[in-house]
Ligand binder design. Sequence first.
Ligand code: PLP
Length: 378
Amino acid sequence: MSHTVRLFYPLIDEDDARSIAVALDEAWLGLGKHVYEFEQLWEKRFSLEPGHAAATNSATAALHLALLLSDLEPGSEVLVPALTFISSVSTIRQAGHIPVFVDVDEDTLTLSISDLANKVTPKTKAIVAVHYGGEPCDMPSIMKLSQEKNLVVIEDCAHTQGSVYKGVPLGCWGHFGCFSFEEKKGMTTGDGGMIVAKDPSHIARAKHIRWLGIDKDTWQRSSTQTHHGWYYEIHELGYKYNMNNLAARLGISQLSKLDRINSIKRRHITTYLKRLSGIPGLKPLLPYSLISDPSSSYWLFGIRVAERDALMNSLNDNNISYGMHFTPINEQPLFKESISTTPVTSRISEQLITLPLSPGHSDEEINYVCDVISDFFK
Ligand SMILES: *Cc1c(COP(=O)(O)O)cnc(C)c1O
């Protein structure tokens, strides 16, 4: 390979540039009608009624909104897997609550249902369920626990965009679903996110909180320019969490090719599984249980290997980028005072390595990565 194989590579076409140009031509770049249009298209894609989705400037913002909208008592305990990105955890603290780290299932690397049940206390009020790499959490068991213990369920869908699991889209099982359109995460808006909720009153409130708590945004004010159109009220503390028109125009064009994006990634994962599965000493990171489902959306392809550091060196020498998603988040200095035991997460994180997987990768690049790994194990 004459170039470095990137770890992530979004699929950007000319129609994306044309779509963004619409907002540039209109010279309305902030929160505006295209944000609403993108929300409506997202609702349609997930078969949701109008008023169930609000676009944000990141999944981190969407997660923070979901926790604020849950109205938990300050200092509540929120269960979260140890194998995740900082956003799943920092937002719990920012909302005034206590993250309690749960171990992952050895196989799926999503929340371990037995450890989840073990870590529920009278102070537990919510669960953040991360569909790690795109592998679905055991949602029927999580929803059952949520009903028994009266817990809010927030699905962190940063790794999946459109998978349907047991007949229900991921993001639509719990009370809230939070998606990411960050450039590495699948279909993209550069930076961006979406919160979906079962209860439309949550979304109405989310649209105020994302716009600094103001009850009418500038687009609504200018499009209802009657007497006193300038008037608005602020009833609660808000944040600057809105999506803007430029990002929404990119989101609209990217959403129209979401099926293509997901299917290219499935094709690459299938190549990896076919070419690497038989190698002794190497195991695929996930079961990829939804891989034959034409709706499914995965974010990561990874492997579990004992000789990880040596393999990383070999990938480096061959100009292949790789990743480590993630070091256990509860081992970060910020959380060192949190008492938790997550032995599976600690063990797996010493073996895992993530490989190039994006809709922008060519078949040739994926096969090159397989060649280098096969040679390493020879
Ligand atoms: C990337 C990521 C996020 C944050 O997404 P942003 O859109 O970048 O804020 C949240 N949760 C998980 C699990 C992630 O991997």
